[in-house]
Write a protein that binds this ligand. Structure first.
Ligand SMILES: [Zn+2]
Length: 285
């Protein structure tokens, strides 16, 4: 069934597990992710992100995922991740996404507050939920090339500011910067777990989101979730799992699309189930 954050994240937070967001850009990925959720009786968040639109147009993703979500036997949130512009967020809303992330984390704080307050009012009127990011989760590539990004702790989320931000904007979930980064890690990340606890205590009603989850150790996830993370974003891991299955098949001279499609579904499903078990969402649908 198609739901929004309110139907899955508060329960996850209360019962100390996390629900995964797995982006799905074609029907094979979507079958893998939703198939994993149904096999494990787990709630799931599925969707796409603004930077992924060049690979798969928003309306195609929306049409495919919307039907699959509605038909699913487990709760599925259709989430538009890292919306960068107001217009694209509105487009996602009109296409039927039940949840939006509006990422204004590189704007000045006051601007982030203003933009999220406006977006949240509109999204809530449509029955959709909203995620914001406070502080800034960088990406592994720019950390190497952009000198201003080399000390990520300069952009970590401040618990006191988080409280003020949530009170003003009424967002439904907050992505926090505590030492993760997007993309593939070159070195094992070091998470600021104390900060997760401090933010959890400052905003006990707001589910916290961990971005940049691909590549973290199992122990990192367990600790972060125990300290209050209720949603984890995973993309690189399932993206690579699907591609690896195709590469191996091609090496075995399997070269038709029909040789590869179900292998992609199975590889994405397997990688997704692994994460769901780790996050503790199995059996929580
Ligand atoms: Zn992210």
């Amino acid at each position: 069934m198609l739901v929004n954050f309110q139907q899955v994240l508060p329960k996850a937070q209360k019962e100390h597990y996390a629900v995964g967001l797995f982006n799905a850009l074609n029907t094979e990925m979507a079958r893998g992710v939703i198939g994993a959720a149904e096999a494990l009786r787990s709630p799931v968040i599925v969707g796409t992100a603004e930077i992924l639109l060049p690979f798969s147009p928003l309306e195609c993703v929306a049409d495919a995922l919307l039907f699959m979500a509605k038909r699913s036997s487990v709760p599925v949130v259709l989430h538009y991740d890292h919306g960068l512009t107001f217009d694209k967020c509105m487009e996602a809303l009109k296409l039927g996404f039940t949840s939006l992330m509006y990422d204004c984390s590189t704007d000045p704080y006051e601007e982030n507050v203003r933009k999220l307050t406006e977006l949240t009012r509109i999204a809530h009127a449509f029955g959709a939920t909203v995620e914001a990011e406070l502080g800034h989760v960088g990406d592994n590539d720019s950390m190497e090339t952009d000198p201003s990004m080399q000390d990520p702790s300069a952009f970590y989320t401040d618990p006191v500011q988080a409280k003020e931000f949530v009170d003003k904007t009424h967002v439904d979930a907050l992505a926090i910067a505590v030492g993760t980064a997007h993309g593939a890690y070159r070195f094992p990340p070091k998470l600021d777990f104390e900060r997760i606890t401090a933010i959890r205590e400052a905003i006990p009603e707001t589910p916290l989101v961990l971005h940049g989850g691909s590549g973290l150790s199992d122990e990192d996830f367990r600790t972060a979730i125990a300290r209050g993370i209720a949603k984890v974003n995973i993309f690189t891991d399932i993206n690579v799992a699907g591609a690896r299955a195709i590469r191996e098949a091609v090496q075995r001279e399997k070269c038709a699309m029909t040789d590869l499609m179900n292998l992609q579904v199975e590889a994405v499903k397997e990688a997704t189930m692994q994460k769901m078990r780790l996050f503790g969402s199995e059996g929580k649908a």
